[in-house]
Design a protein around this ligand. Sequence first.
Ligand code: ADP
Length: 193
Amino acid sequence: MSVRLVLFGPPGAGKGTQAARICDKLGVPAISTGDIFRSNIKGGTELGRRVVEYTSVGALVPDELTDELVRARLAEPDAAEGFLLDGYPRNLAQVDALDAILADAGRALDVVVEITADAEVVVERLLKRAQIEGRVDDTEDVIRHRLDVYADQTAPLSGVYAERGLLVRVDGLGEIDEVTDRLLAAIEPALHH
Ligand code: ADP
C-alpha cells in the first residue's frame, strides 16, 4: 500500500501504540523521531549525545538536527512506497521542512491524522507508563512541559493541514482496538487517491 501519512497528537495520546498497529495493517514503516532519538541515546551515538539535553527536559530537539534525520530516514528504500511519521513534524518550521523534503523527492502527503486526548487523561497515562517503562521524560514536571510545548508549537499544525484538506481528527480515548478501528476508518478514504 502506498500511503504517506503523518500522525500527531499530545504526548500520551497513544501515538506509538497506534502507529505500530496502523503500519502493520498498511504495510508501511512507522518512523518515530522520538524512538530514533531514544535508541541513539541508549546506543551512546554522537546524535544521542547531542539530543539528550533536550529530550530529557521535554524540550524540542533543534530543527536542523531533526529535519536532517528525517530527510535521511525518508530516503531509505523501505520508505519509498509510503510511511507513517509519528512525532514529526512537531512545529510549523518542521512542516515547511517536510514539504521541502517531499517536494525534492516528487512526493506529497496523503493524509494527516490528529489523535485528540484530554490533558488530564494523558498525564495520568504517562505517569502510569513511567512506572512500567521508566522513560526519563515521564516525570510529572517534564510531562507538563511536554504538554505546554505541544499546545504552543504542535497544536497549530491542525489549522495548517486542515486548510490543505489533509486533516482528519480521531478521538484517542477508549479501548486500544476501538481507537485503531477509528483511525483506520479515518485513513481509509485517503488510500484511494
Ligand atoms: P511524546 O509524544 O510522548 O512526547 P516522543 O517519543 O514523540 O514522545 O518524543 C520524545 C522527545 O523527543 C520529545 O520530547 C522531544 O524532545 C524529542 N522529539 C521527538 N520528535 C521531535 C521533533 N519532531 N522535533 C524535535 N524534537 C523531537
